[in-house]
Design a protein around this ligand. Structure first.
Ligand SMILES: C[S@@+](CC[C@H](N)C(=O)[O-])C[C@H]1O[C@@H](n2cnc3c(N)ncnc32)[C@H](O)[C@@H]1O
Length: 596
């Protein structure tokens, strides 16, 4: 779940006097609204809408449907401004000045008396007592002969609403009101509260403290005023993870404590130490508050996943994407989930009844994946191939590069494909141009073949940073791709063992585990360690290992091809070792040896 604190309030760019004037205006307007809607002057855009719909109504006077649609639009138009604060982040809400009369209630942070004490600004270690303060608030004492609930309803918009604070005190027949909304009896006059007089309005001192503010209000009071606050964080099971900007690092302890305190079900707060650029796509994290327990249980689209969040990849922002892809598959289809993680594509699809082959390089992901299969009652079974093969490739930083392996994949085979596999490859599209064009271009560059009619769709997945979006390109493999005889640029480079790319590939192949360990030590440390590792690797006889691996692959390929050729009418001469019957046990042992 993405949690975003509520947007900044208008006072940030208005003077106190303006706010007071606005609030006064708001009070009279909202009370008028309750009694008479005729007096309410519509704002400009409502006027324009009304004029438009009036014309429409004249045009289709007898059409009942138009009236219905018009009414619906008007309702939406008048509610839209109220929704804007929820739709936009701080920066956007500053651009849109929301008229106070559209607000539902008074905001506590607009009222200086209801803000945390100024002394908490700059606090780095949480001291709850420093938030205590006395504040004078208005209250309404309801005479016994009046209906208490009716009065409560009438003053609903003026209640003092704070965290863990009860403004309606039935036992005392008292209603605590908002000091910004009620300054004198005049403010209540327009409500026409029959039976209530100015003697019913009183003032009392109340004690408020840390418990009465939300986490975003606490952060507004504590963190530097002139810098960006805490913009967003994610919740994965009981763990909340932050990605703090440098200027917030001195406050990390306090931020952790406040979040743990204020967010229900949160037991652990961590800060991301680095960008996700290691092999397993998990990230190094620092514990800010709570228990050092990263074994989480999350539910996504009705499926339960358990994993160690510090060791595997999980992104709560991908839940819609996982669901979209799962919906594309039918029961008879097959899924090859190449970078499966803990199973958010594989398990929902398997639950549907599809056959799934899932793969992940990270042993921790594999362990969690197997456990999640059990947890969600997904069984291992072998079915005959029937429907379309879908191939998910969710490794956005690298997957497009791996597409080249489809090119010419079947060039040595004599098979006819009935249903062409559908590939869903993810990538990061960076740049100011249209991201769909960028994604399409990336696929083209890596496969050397332009997508044409075989393109199913290019979809936006999520925004990563300004000018960087994660995209999905879904396309069918074609005969042109699978049977291509074209020599790939990368193959040529790999052939040349002295080329820088070849050396780089050799090193990264052997160094997957090393890289994972390195990532946690931060970027600077990473560069230093990378140099050390690369020097050590140079000393290892890379070529010897590569030749051994190549030979193993050749043997394995020979066995696989021999199996296929047994079913073919016109067998082709086999390369290297031709075994009549494939030795599957040997194949497994070979694979183990190669540590695939
Ligand atoms: C971005 S995560 C995606 C995980 C999952 N599909 C999801 O949507 O949450 C990429 C996964 O690919 C795995 N991975 C990285 N390189 C790989 C490789 N060469 N072969 C197989 N898996 C790899 C990582 O361990 C990681 O779990």
């Amino acid at each position: 779940m993405k949690v975003r604190p509520p947007p900044a309030e208008e006072t940030q760019w208005r003077t106190t006097a303006e706010v007071a004037a606005m609030e006064h205006h708001h009070r009279s307007r909202s009370f008028k609204n309750q009694t008479s809607t005729k007096n309410t002057k519509p704002s400009c855009h409502v006027k324009v809408l009304r004029r438009f719909f009036k014309k429409q109504l004249q045009k289709y006077r007898n059409c009942f449907l138009t009236i219905l649609v018009t009414a619906k639009f008007l309702i939406h138009a008048s509610y839209l401004p109220m929704r804007i604060p929820n739709l936009f982040t701080n920066k956007f809400s500053r651009l849109f000045s929301i008229p106070s009369r559209w607000r539902h209630y008074f905001r506590n942070m607009d009222c200086p008396d209801l803000r945390p004490p100024a002394a908490v600004r700059g606090m780095t270690v949480l001291e709850r007592e420093a938030f205590n303060k006395q504040v004078k608030v208005p209250y309404l004492k309801v005479p016994a002969e009046l209906n208490f609930n009716t009065v409560c309803l009438a003053v609903k918009k003026l209640l003092l609403k704070m965290e863990r604070y009860k403004p309606v005190r039935t036992e005392e027949a008292k209603i605590i009101l908002h000091p910004a909304g009620v300054k004198s009896w005049d403010d209540l006059k327009e409500l026409k509260l029959d039976g209530l007089g100015s003697d019913c309005l009183g003032w009392q001192e109340i004690q408020i403290g840390f418990d009465n503010w939300r986490y975003d209000e606490i952060f507004r009071a504590v963190l530097p005023e002139d810098k960006e606050g805490l913009s967003a964080f994610s919740k994965v099971g009981h763990v909340i993870h932050l990605n703090l900007k440098d200027h917030l690092l001195p406050y990390k302890g306090l931020i952790g404590e406040v979040i743990k305190d204020k967010i229900a079900t949160c037991r652990t707060v961590v800060n991301k130490l680095d960008t996700i650029d290691n092999t397993y796509r998990n990230f190094a994290m620092e514990l800010l508050a709570g228990e050092e327990d990263y074994q989480v249980s999350v539910k996504e689209n009705g499926t339960v996943y358990e994993f160690d969040f510090s060791k595997v990849y999980w992104n709560p922002r991908l839940s819609t994407e996982h669901e979209k892809v799962a919906k594309m598959l039918r029961k008879e289809d097959v899924l090859l989930d190449i970078y499966a993680g803990v199973g958010p594509f594989s398990i929902p699809v398997a639950k549907k009844g599809c056959t799934v082959l899932a793969n992940d390089l990270n042993p921790e992901s594999y362990k969690a994946l197997v456990n999640n299969c059990k947890k969600n009652k997904v069984e291992s079974r072998k079915d005959d191939f029937k429907g379309t093969v879908n191939i998910t490739m969710n490794l956005p930083a690298l997957a497009v590069e791996h597409l080249e392996h489809f090119v010419g994949l079947l060039s040595d085979e004599t098979v006819t494909i009935v249903h062409f596999p559908l590939v869903h490859v993810y990538c990061f599209a960076k740049g100011i141009e249209d991201k769909k064009d960028i994604a399409r271009q990336m696929v083209k560059e890596n496969m050397g073949i332009e997508l044409g009619e075989n393109l199913k769709e290019i979809a936006f997945v999520r925004n990563v940073s300004p000018n960087k979006d994660m995209m999905r390109v879904s396309f069918y493999l074609t005969n042109e791709i699978l049977f291509s005889k074209r020599e790939l640029k990368r193959d040529r480079e790999v052939e040349d063992e002295h080329s820088p790319k070849r050396q780089c590939l050799d090193q990264s192949a052997q160094n997957g585990q090393e890289e994972h360990k390195k990532s946690s030590a931060g970027k600077k440390n990473n560069t230093k360690k990378a140099k050390e590792v690369s020097t050590k690797l140079k000393k290892i006889n890379v070529n010897a290992k590569r030749e051994k691996a190549d030979k193993n692959f050749q043997d394995l390929h020979a066995q696989i091809v021999s199996k296929k050729q047994n079913n073919k009418p016109a067998p082709k001469p086999l390369p290297a070792k031709n075994k009549a019957q494939p030795n599957t046990k040997q194949m497994e042992a070979d694979l183990d040896k190669m540590q695939m």
